[in-house]
Design a protein around this ligand. Sequence first.
Ligand SMILES: [Mg+2]
Length: 188
Amino acid sequence: MKDKIFFMDRDGTINIDTDHVFDHKTVQLIPNVAKAVALIKKAGFKTVVISNQSCVGRNYAKITQVDQTMNRVNELLLKEDPEAVIDLVLYAPDHPDQATNRRKPNVGMIQEALNIFPNTELENCYFVGDKITDPLTALNAGIPARNCILVNPNDDQVLQSETALDKAKKHNFAIDSSLFSYISKKTF
Ligand SMILES: [Mg+2]
């Protein structure tokens, strides 16, 4: 059987986004996200976090702080639900002005994940994130638009930018309030 990957943005999708999240002591999960990740795993997906971390490129934080924060996110997920396992985490530390092919909405990190799980069929993959660049990254990589999900539309950045919702609608992306809200209604 072919593999399928559920790609997830991190900040604003798994944990609360406080604008550059790199303090492992204060990072907090979005309610019910652990249940959502556990349901995704039960549905047979590999779970891959794809995260822009420009805090490194901007010299706000070291990559070790980003790692510590991700370790804490994993710890919180597993504490809430032992089946909420993240299989792979990839970051793009690039400064936006010096973006490589890895920084979303470029597809470098998706390609890396596909090299690690080469038996993957993109047709059956999903990508969820709270910024319009997330579903656009997925679309750029060849994931079907119906499997590209914009969540957390109450997020200031999305509300302030009507164009994010407009773009999501134009591309026929799924739109929902949270990953758990989407997953709890979904049958794979
Ligand atoms: Mg985000």
